[in-house]
Design a protein around this ligand. Sequence first.
Ligand SMILES: Cc1cc2nc3c(=O)[nH]c(=O)nc-3n(C[C@H](O)[C@H](O)[C@H](O)COP(=O)(O)OP(=O)(O)OC[C@H]3O[C@@H](n4cnc5c(N)ncnc54)[C@H](O)[C@@H]3O)c2cc1C
Length: 391
Amino acid sequence: MAAVRKVLIQGAGIGGLTLAAALGQRGVQVDVAEAVGSDAVLGVGLNQPANVLAALDEIGVREACLNIGFPFEELVLWNPLGEQVAAIPPPDGVYAKPSNNAIGRPAYNQILREAADKAGARIRTGVTIWEMHEDADGVEVELATWTGKRTPPIRDAGAGSNRYDLVVGFDGVRSKIREHLFGDKYAPAFTGSANWRVTLPRPDYLEHIVVAFAAGVKVVLTPTSRDDMYFGLVTPEPGKPRHAPEDFLDLFRERTRPFSGRLGELRDSITPDHTIVYTPLEYLTVREPWFRDRIAIAGDAAHTSPPHLSQGAAMAVEDAVTLAAALDQHDGLPDALDAWYRRRRDRALFVADASLALLKQENGDELTAADHELLRQVVPNAQVRLFTEAY
Ligand SMILES: Cc1cc2nc3c(=O)[nH]c(=O)nc-3n(C[C@H](O)[C@H](O)[C@H](O)COP(=O)(O)OP(=O)(O)OC[C@H]3O[C@@H](n4cnc5c(N)ncnc54)[C@H](O)[C@@H]3O)c2cc1C
């Protein structure tokens, strides 16, 4: 590949591992620096819509995801009594069926990790970038030991440095690479809502994603394998309260009190032995080129949105496979990065903005004219756009 021979990726999340696999498969030497150790809790599950299944096919892992996950077609609406009121079929688009495949996050990460390993990427965990020095021909990078989100990394004076043609920050919403490029210009904004998720055994009747609303709370039931599902909630949490983990179960029960029938039965099956994951929902969009010279950001580092279209990780994967393709297709790095950013910008920002507009509508927040315009395009019309336009 003429544009790059050696690349460093910061972050071995969904986007970083996809890029590592895509570049490694093209013969690029790839190092990945991941802060968190390999025993990290990876969260619950997520949905892979048809567009990301197509992108994952490019690195050869689509079938593995379908084998482990739970493919489905419809979005099913229930009333608060747990009774079906509607089923929304997916639009026909440019991508192959299934329209969706939900999967556990640890399984998804494992599949991507194996693909990256097989492609020859060298993945180091427990490390982060300490220092970067850029010149016309490359970036000199020194790594350090990661000690936690609130404590500084520890420099290993004897570790030395490595030189790269390109450094890519796939390091999530609190990206240090974004900070390196833009200082404090961009910071994630709290949306006013949070997400609660807990993994439960999948009941036989749950064969599609199910959504129900009551008293400002949205319930989402997602089958993630033949055996498992997750029970998710989106709740307004004004002021971004810091709930204590020991209170999660009581708060979960309180927030789902308006739901009964099958929804009540599922709620009542949650015990103190279950792990409830609580995530305040954030929004961030970088509205200028996601790169400068030899350093770029992608995925949540460049555009983070609430999960209302199930497309955040899908955008990270699309960013990764299109970046690898652009680096392959262009001889010069500036041309490759510019072409990649232009290809990605509108689609990724549409997902972020439409997801936020949907959250505001569900919360009963005041909507702008731009929000109304976006809402005309959201579910299922957002799927029409995302499925019928190639990434
Ligand atoms: C509640 C919820 C539900 C969601 N559901 C869906 C869904 O159904 N479908 C979907 O497509 N998306 C979904 N998303 C969005 C999805 O999780 C993200 O968009 C996706 O994980 C972004 O991938 P990424 O690789 O860009 O970043 P991340 O997954 O955040 O990965 C970043 C990686 O970088 C590492 N890192 C961070 N800082 C450093 C550092 N300084 N040094 C080294 N490493 C570092 C982190 O440890 C992490 O491994 C959901 C999000 C939430 C919050």
